[in-house]
Design a binder for this molecule. Sequence first.
Ligand code: HEC
Length: 300
Amino acid sequence: MFSRWSIQLKYSLIFILTLALIIAGLFIGIYTLKTNQLRNEAMASAEQVLAFRAWVANTGVVWVDHLAPNFPDYLGKRISSNSSMEFFSKNPALATRELSEIVSKTATRATFRVTSDEYRNPANAPDPFESTSIQAFKADSNLKYKDTFENDFYRYSQPIFVKQSCLKCHGDPKDAPADVIAKYGDKRAFGYKVGDVRGIISVKLPDVTLADVLLTFLNPYTIGLIALAFLLNFLFTQGAIIKRLKALALTTERIAKGELDLLLRDNPGSRDEVDTVRHAIDLLRNSVVVAMKRLQKNLS
Ligand code: HEC
């Protein structure tokens, strides 16, 4: 079937195939880049949250002098000695949860939460991806992060390790602030040691879809460059090969029909494969001329 096709058609197909292979390679590259990009974005977000938590944990809890309407949760409550003011404490996990809610309402793409296999607050219960991450971090202390794609989201998690400042509320229940015992009892999330995996910070980002990637290719520059590549290839195959081969075939036919003096010349100075064929035809023609002259001499 291919043997009947013109060079132009065969070459165009090879060109399109080449282009498709290059684009496939590009897509694989873009997908790797995309994952790296999402991972970096998630990691940056996680590090900021961890820094914020460390700040709260280092001060123990933060005390606020009133509760914002959207954030009524608190750990403990104190009333000033003259009873004129009330103060409420927010522990690190609580402050982080409120930060997470504030951030999720901004234009930031990343949303995050803190969760643990041994959670005190039901609102912090892990989902399947988070549970498997926690188990993986507990099993391998060198594991820095876990990530996956789930539906249209990129999911990332990073372990939270117990530090000295955490032990006050996650070490021995006897040392724990009364507020913690009063709110969550003395059973859950105690008995940790420095260096233990206490939980994870879990970050979620909208995935970059195939449609997004395709759309980035649909811009005038990319389309223009691809069109230019097609044009250059067309001009080359037509101008440098096909037209010259056709002309050569025509002249050779005329020589065969008897116009033995016809000149076989195209681009002066050109020395490519078409010229080699032309040269071979020239030699053949000369042999024919010589042979004919000999024949004529013999006849006369
Ligand atoms: C002032 C006491 C206090 C300190 C200090 C403290 N925590 Fe907590 N932590 C809590 C309480 C209370 C909760 C209960 C959940 C909530 O408030 O959301 C909690 C919850 C958590 C959770 C979420 C899972 C859950 O139990 O619901 C993680 C993870 C966590 N803490 C890790 C840490 C780490 C790591 C540190 C040290 C950097 C730390 N905590 C310091 C009191 C504390």
